[in-house]
Design a protein around this ligand. Structure first.
Ligand code: NDP
Length: 327
């Protein structure tokens, strides 16, 4: 069923398009209907269609979350591929992806949500709620030694829109914060490390490791036995980047050997996490169902419609990713 739309207004760049622009909602994992209303409100002149229920072959713009591989190659009118999320790995993974601009969502509230999730995870390990909850299950009263936030070093891998927000929130709570990214930079109050050559030094002093990297060829499988061995004994892991970055078998081995004391995991190579995964019941693992942070659909629609209007007006796009770099 196609959506009824009000007539175009003379002032809108969309009204200058040769025909009514068609926006395709593409996902193999999500019912993208939740984006229909917010997008239609922002783009009253556009026709919004959802794959696979509706024909999207003549769409001008693709709005994606884990889009089906090969479908966009058969959409000759496409001009822009837009993620509904901060990450674009799920779009770039399409081997037949048309050579078009790819944009993502960058939002302050999204970053604040991520900071909340990480703050909870860091407090969970720092204040030893992990061990307190295990002892409660055994009916044991055993107060663990408490440390000040300033005695704990949190290392953040990935210092982008989300990593920066997380780092600021942790600093405000008094934690020692260190960051690691591809390129070096000076950040007040943050010890900064860059590139493969400084990774070892970054890890060696990290008590709680936060992974907020985009998924690329370089970061795929980065959370592995070698990396865990570089962390001090008793370190903890929080993975909120992408599941493919984590070697689950290596994590389980590091936990069972007592080298790592715990992990909070929000993302998994296979989502939903299969019922037979040993991570579900592991006493040192917290599993959350990819909820660390999402942008509000109205914000997503706002950013997508801005880029659609910009492309129609011949203006530069915002939040365009570097396809060669992968983020
Ligand atoms: P950005 O693109 O803004 O930042 C990415 C950061 O990662 C940059 O600092 C970049 O370095 C660094 N980086 C990339 N590749 C490497 C590498 N090979 N080595 C070292 N550093 C590297 O991304 P965001 O902060 O917006 O988002 C990060 C990721 O978080 C997303 O791609 C997504 O996978 C994940 N995410 C997870 C969510 C969840 O709910 N769990 C929700 C939203 C996002 P440099 O600055 O030098 O370029």
């Amino acid at each position: 069923m196609t959506t009824k739309t009000p007539p175009a207004t003379a002032s809108s760049p969309l009204s200058k398009a040769p025909s009514r622009p068609v926006v395709a909602l593409l996902s193999t994992h999500l019912d993208m209907d939740f984006m229909r209303g917010p997008l239609q409100k922002k783009l009253p002149e556009a026709e919004i269609r959802k794959w696979p229920d509706e024909d999207v072959s003549d769409a001008d713009f693709a709005v994606c979350w884990r889009p089906p591989h090969g479908v966009m190659a058969g959409m000759p009118r496409l001009r822009l591929l837009h993620s509904i999320a901060a990450g674009v790995d799920n779009i770039l993974a399409d081997p037949e992806l048309p050579d078009l601009p790819v944009c993502r969502v960058v939002d302050e509230n999204h970053a604040r949500g991520m900071a909340e999730y990480v703050l909870w995870s860091v407090l969970y390990f720092h204040r030893r709620f992990d061990s307190v909850l295990r002892r409660q299950a055994e009916g044991v009263w055993a107060p663990p030694r408490q440390r000040a936030a300033g005695e704990v070093t949190v290392g953040i891998m990935g210092w982008g829109n989300l990593g920066r927000s997380v780092g600021g929130a942790l600093r405000a709570f008094g934690y020692n914060v260190r960051g690691w990214a591809r390129t070096p930079r000076e950040v007040p109050d943050i010890e900064f490390f860059a590139g493969v050559s400084e990774r070892e030094a970054f890890l060696r002093g990290t008590d709680i490791l936060i992974c907020l990297l985009p998924l690329t060829d370089e970061t795929n499988g980065i959370l592995n036995a070698g990396l865990f061995a570089s962390l001090p004994e008793g370190a903890a892991l929080v993975n909120i980047g992408r599941g493919e970055q984590l070697n689950e078998a290596d994590l389980l081995a590091a936990l069972d050997a007592g080298h790592l004391r715990g992990a909070v995991l929000d993302v998994f190579a296979q989502e939903p996490l299969p019922p037979e995964s040993p991570l579900w019941a592991h006493p040192r693992v917290v599993v959350t169902p990819h909820i660390a942070s999402t942008a509000d659909p109205r914000t997503i629609a706002d950013q997508i419609s801005t880029n659609i209007r910009r492309i129609l007006a011949g203006e530069a796009l915002v939040n365009e990713v570097d396809r060669r770099r992968g983020y």
